[in-house]
Design a protein. Structure first.
Lengths: 177, 189, 400
């Protein structure tokens, strides 16, 4: 049992080590635009501090021969109420090339904040960013078609924010129970 | 065919009321509009398939609302979809019936509490005749609901409004608590 | 809505030419037409609206409009406890309930310090693979119906009823199970389980051959799906495709092998990837072929699990489930291979609460459908139906 747990611990840190190696390549190129690496066991990530460089970092991650993060698995919007910020968390992996995986966080202000869109780098981001806009209200600069995707076009409010209040009626139909 | 043969044995003449014949014709060929929205739609499809064949009741799903007389609202109706449901209901020719299948279209279902985008029951936008509870209702439950619609059609009459027919159906129906009490008494006796 | 342009003004065009006559059109002035397929439509597999801009029968662009089944799953996740979310994950992809529950449970278990008993793992895999077969049967049956073949639909649903009866016997429900719980299962399997599942496997193997001869090798079906909606591998990866869609484009990527979970590393099964002999790599027929071949692999997995599953006297599948599920603080992105692709959950936990701070469901169909606009350019309207059928969408998962 102890050997199994020890092996499990080593396997987990092997995954974190691969992510750290990928992070080091990005850090070497972009320096202070990215934060320190958070080497937690479940989802190692780093944060992009200079959001203006996000598209360049994305292109580098996708095209550099040592990284080749050709697949964006997921892009989630998150509401950081205590910090007063909204953010996105992106998970990347490299299909068919390497086995490393990594996560990236990008944050922006809650009111009127914006993040550059990476839908030109990975097509997955197109609809995911539309959904993040629909649910949280952060604007993605440079997105080809930023409009609501799940809620109706004339819905008021951004539903997944922590302080969201449901509207009473929609087109004359009562909304709450 | 047994009932008919008994009545029309020698003379090829059947004496009954116009209401009975019209109702019999209508209930024997209810053509629902396949309006499957979510999980209940799959159970509706399973009811149409060979194990719980619906075609033996004369029920044959049609794609267009203009050619159907029953709308089975199977699944969650959302706010975005609510207006389209009204449009589809208005496109159906009369006499038309609505069967609400599953808890989501009955009352909002599991999404009643925090579902901001879910319509809490399709009867907020269109009049419903029969409700079938369940999440999702078993095919047998859906067949039971359809048989209830057929009973409702039997209560209809020319010049009678739908509300009166529904009232007659409720009066004719059996009180379930009585049935349960009787069954319990018989079991413990 | 963007400006609709006029199609090219054709001054003369030869329509028909044979030995006796030539038919020409002069000064044909055509315009684009906007055709809205759905949200109520027999072949869009649910409430999907496709706004097609067509030039005659040729589609210039078909854009999907979603949200007609948006049921606020992610808002619910922030308001209810971790175990209470399991029935809602069922209802996301309602055809593959056990697989989605499994994806959610293994994600939350990454933040808990418990070890799942081996018997639980085996039962999870057996029920997940049974559900995968049921889901592929619906996909194949409804694909046939979309293209006009009614009989395979009835055959598929007949066999699916047997699987549903098995799953109802185990969990109590035909379709939305609430069976796989965080840290275990809700019930143990009944005593005759091994015998009945083995009987099903023996019964079903010849039916797979029958289905292949009926639909997959049918000349009309092949003609309608071969070469339609071709997606090259690099573009598919860039779109984030996964599951049978990605394997249909020739990429050998399966999360049960590439990012293994549960006891899949101990099992021996192939990853079918079409090689271009029967179909063109990346077309609709390849995607259908992957699903049809995966049913065989699932049967193989079930047989191995039935052999290896440990018998434990007096087994309680709820034994290691903590009384209050309070994961430690942190974030995790966990995923599993669903019949439609990669279903992932991104969960943020603050360590103190019994409710997640954020739970995002990464849905396979949402990502697969996003390529519809590019796939549909230049196709005919009937081919559009063939493409949607091959993407195999379930709107509950697309809209969550």
């Amino acid at each position: 049992m102890d050997k199994g747990m020890e092996e499990a611990g080593n396997i987990m840190s092997a995954m974190v080590q691969e992510s750290k190696a990928a992070y080091d390549i990005i850090r070497e190129r972009f320096g202070e635009a990215v934060s320190e690496f958070d080497a937690n066991a479940t989802m190692p990530f780093f944060e992009v501090l200079d959001t203006a460089k996000w598209v360049d970092i994305a292109l580098f991650m996708r095209d550099d021969a040592r990284l080749k993060f050709n697949c964006m698995a997921c892009l989630s919007g998150v509401d950081y109420l205590e910090e007063g910020k909204l953010g996105i968390v992106c998970n990347f992996e490299s299909i068919g090339q390497f086995t490393h995986r990594i996560a990236v966080k990008v944050k922006c202000q809650r009111d009127g904040g914006s993040i550059p869109s990476v839908s030109c780098v990975w097509h997955t981001a197109n609809w995911h960013e539309r959904e993040a806009y629909d649910m949280y209200g952060m604007v993605f600069d440079g997105h080809p078609d930023l409009r609501r995707i799940l809620c109706p076009e004339d819905w008021t409010g951004f539903p997944l924010r922590k302080d969201y209040q449901v509207q009473e009626t929609y087109h004359g139909i009562k909304v709450p129970y | 065919m047994g009932l008919l043969d008994a009545r029309i044995s020698n003379r090829n003449v059947l004496v009954t009321s116009v209401d009975n014949v019209m109702n019999w014709a209508r209930l024997s060929s209810l053509w629902p509009m396949g309006f499957g929205l979510a999980c209940c739609a799959i159970e509706m499809m399973a009811t149409n398939a060979s194990n719980y064949d619906l075609e033996r009741f004369g029920i044959f799903p049609r794609s267009s609302p203009r050619q159907s007389d029953l709308m089975i609202v199977a699944g969650t109706v959302t706010m975005k979809m609510a207006e389209r449901v009204i449009t589809l209901y208005e496109q159906m020719p009369e006499p038309r019936y609505v069967l609400s299948m599953g808890s989501c279209s009955n009352c909002g279902g599991p999404y009643w509490n925090h579902g901001y985008h879910v319509l809490k029951g399709v009867d907020r936008v269109i009049p419903v005749d029969v409700y079938v509870p369940g999440c999702p209702p078993r095919p047998e439950a859906l067949i039971g609901g359809l048989l209830k619609v057929q009973e409702l059609i039997r209560m209809e009459g020319i010049g009678l409004s739908r509300q009166d027919a529904l009232k007659k159906l409720v009066e004719k129906s059996v009180d379930t608590q009585q049935v349960l009490d009787q069954a319990r008494k018989a079991a413990t006796a | 809505m963007q400006e609709l342009g006029k199609a090219e003004l054709n001054s003369t065009r030869i329509i028909h030419q044979d030995d006796n006559r030539v038919v020409i059109e002069k000064d044909l002035d055509t315009e684009y037409m906007v055709l809205s397929m759905g949200p109520q439509h027999p072949s869009t597999h649910g409430v999907l609206r496709l706004e097609c801009i067509t030039d005659g029968e040729v589609v210039v662009e078909a854009e999907p409009y979603l949200g007609y089944l948006h049921r606020c799953f992610e808002k619910y996740c922030e308001k209810i406890d971790y175990p209470a979310i399991v029935p809602y994950t069922d209802r996301m992809d309602y055809l593959a309930g056990i697989n989605t529950e499994l994806a959610y449970c293994i994600t939350v278990e990454k933040l808990l310090d418990i070890e799942i008993p081996r018997r639980v793992e085996f039962i999870r895999v057996i029920t997940a693979e049974l559900n995968r077969i049921a889901s592929h049967l619906v996909a194949i049956g409804t694909y046939g119906i979309d293209l006009g073949a009614f009989t395979p639909f009835l055959f598929c649903f007949r066999d699916r009823e047997i699987i549903l009866n098995l799953l109802e016997w185990i969990s109590g429900a035909r379709m939305l199970y609430n069976y796989v719980w965080i840290g275990g299962l809700s019930y143990d399997v009944p005593a005759d389980f091994r015998k009945r599942v083995a009987e099903f496997v023996t019964y079903f193997k010849p039916k797979v051959v029958e289905l292949r001869e009926l639909l997959t090798e049918n000349e009309i079906f092949v003609k309608r799906t071969k070469g339609i909606g071709i997606m090259p591998a690099e573009v598919a990866i860039n779109y984030g495709w996964s599951g049978p869609m990605l394997r249909g484009s020739g990429v050998k990527w399966d999360l049960r092998r590439n990012d293994p979970y549960s006891i899949y590393p101990e099992l021996d099964f192939d990853i079918p990837v079409p090689d271009g002999k029967f179909s063109d790599v990346g077309d609709s027929l390849s995607r259908h072929l992957v699903r049809a071949l995966e049913i065989d692999e699932s049967l193989k997995i079930i047989e191995q699990c039935l052999d290896k599953m440990p018998e434990v006297a007096g087994f309680d599948p709820r034994a290691v489930i903590p009384k209050r599920i309070r994961p430690k603080a942190g974030e995790v992105y966990g995923r599993a291979e669903n019949p439609r692709g990669e279903v992932g959950f991104y969960i943020v936990s603050d360590g103190k609460s019994t409710k997640p701070l954020r739970c995002k469901a990464r849905s396979s169909c949402f990502v697969n459908l996003s390529a519809m606009k590019d796939l549909s350019k230049g196709q005919l309207i009937p081919d559009l139906v063939a493409i949607i059928g091959s993407i195999d969408i379930v709107l509950g998962e697309v809209d969550r």
